[in-house]
Write a protein that binds this ligand. Structure first.
Ligand code: GTP
Ligand code: MG
Length: 360
């Protein structure tokens, strides 16, 4: 995998023919568009651009969607398969709040993983929206990955999801995650319990943390994809917009060490990104130098939570800034000046207007 910083193509770019594939190894016929008449009609000499990527015989490509209850290890497994962090992870439930696409590029196949929010009994409007999002996603993929953790008993939460999956009419591969956390006997028992949950195309135990069986799962999933050239540029590992990745890295750092309701109550948005190198009108912060200036808001539901986020004398917020800045600088491959603010938006999880402002 290259060390070059990510380049995030826009939807338009992804849809545009030549950009849909690596240019390397592609034969293309140039279209100069010269001599085009004012009325828009192309002269007979105009040639249409055709790009023919060289796709090896038998190449497969398609989508696999990871589902499961909160905290089942979906995002950690997504990152392990991609080989790079595309989704944030934490021990708090409901860490993932939107579909994150991660791309596994191999010579023989391209597997696009769709990591989804955990499915659970919704208690807020946000929870309901997240469940709806997952259900819609299921309809559009080639194969579904149902994640059940090895270290928790199969329960009503898993049965609730299994019933939904039975209706999806897609092949479902059941995965017992976190296999490293239990004994061989307990793992065998969990595999049997998961087998009894439904009619699965396969059952695979994995440990994303140790990288065990991750390649086996990859092969199984690719076996369910149709013959197709790559769907995404083969150099990309995700199509997440840069601002979303930044906000997620801040949220991941902020989730560390908070408990109870706070993880659910926290949303993070990027308010502004100013690049003093390219934006001459952009305000130039003293001491920021040539660094990219990133302003981020941490939004909580109550003033008491705001106090916790800020910490004594601002100590917690400072810590969040130090940790997330490192991640953002690695992501962007350049120095960053990070400005964090905490604000309260009362009960935003249940307020449709606030949800819309926060991008849900
Ligand atoms: N020991 C061990 N821990 C794991 C493994 N995979 C995930 N975890 C841990 O399980 C917790 C939850 O992992 P996530 O990947 O964030 O879970 P998720 O299913 O994406 O959670 P939501 O996004 O909230 O639905 C984290 O603390 C991970 O470090 C694994 O293979 N082994
Ligand atoms: Mg997740």
């Amino acid at each position: 995998m290259s060390d070059a910083p990510f380049r995030f193509p826009s939807d338009d770019e992804l849809m545009a023919g030549p950009n849909a594939f690596d240019d390397e190894g592609a034969e293309s016929v140039e279209d100069e568009h010269e001599g085009q008449d004012d009325d828009g009609a192309l002269p007979a000499s105009a040639r249409v651009e055709i790009t023919v990527p060289e796709v090896p015989e038998g190449h497969r490509a398609g989508f696999a969607c990871l589902v499961g209850r909160p905290n089942a290890g979906k995002s950690t497994l997504t990152n392990a398969m991609v080989g790079q962090k595309v989704a944030i992870t934490s021990g708090r439930p409901q860490t993932t709040r939107h579909n994150v696409r991660g791309v596994v590029n191999r010579a023989d196949a391209q597997l696009v993983l769709v990591d989804t929010p955990g499915l659970h009994r919704p208690r807020t409007l946000l929870g309901k929206r997240l469940n709806d999002l997952v259900r819609e996603t299921l309809a559009d993929v080639d194969v579904i990955v149902f994640c059940v953790p090895a270290d928790e008993k199969v329960g009503p939460g898993d049965r609730f999801i299994a019933r939904d999956l039975a209706d999806s009419r897609r092949p479902v591969v059941a995965v017992v995650t976190k296999a490293d956390t239990v004994s061989r006997e307990a793992l065998a028992a969990q595999l049997l319990a998961v087998n009894d949950l439904g009619d699965w195309a396969d059952i695979v135990p994995v440990s994303a943390l140790r990288g065990e069986q991750v390649d086996v799962l990859e092969d199984v999933l690719i076996g369910h994809l149709p013959p197709s050239p790559p769907l995404y540029p083969t150099g990309e590992v995700t199509d997440e917009p840069q601002a979303v990745m930044i906000a997620e890295l801040v949220r991941e750092a902020a989730l560390e060490g908070v408990r109870d309701e706070l993880p659910h109550s926290l949303a993070v948005v990027v308010d502004e990104i100013v690049d003093p190198r390219t934006d001459r009108t952009g305000s130039f912060i003293k001491g920021a130098g040539g660094r990219l200036q990133v302003r981020v808001s941490l939004v909580v539901e109550r003033d008491s939570q705001k106090a916790i986020m800020i910490g004594k004398g601002g100590s917690r917020l400072k810590e969040i800034g130090v940790i997330s800045r490192k991640g953002i600088e690695t992501l962007l491959d350049r120095p960053v000046y990070l400005d964090l603010h905490v604000r309260t938006s009362r009960d935003w999880q249940s307020d449709p207007k606030a949800l819309a402002r926060l991008g849900f």
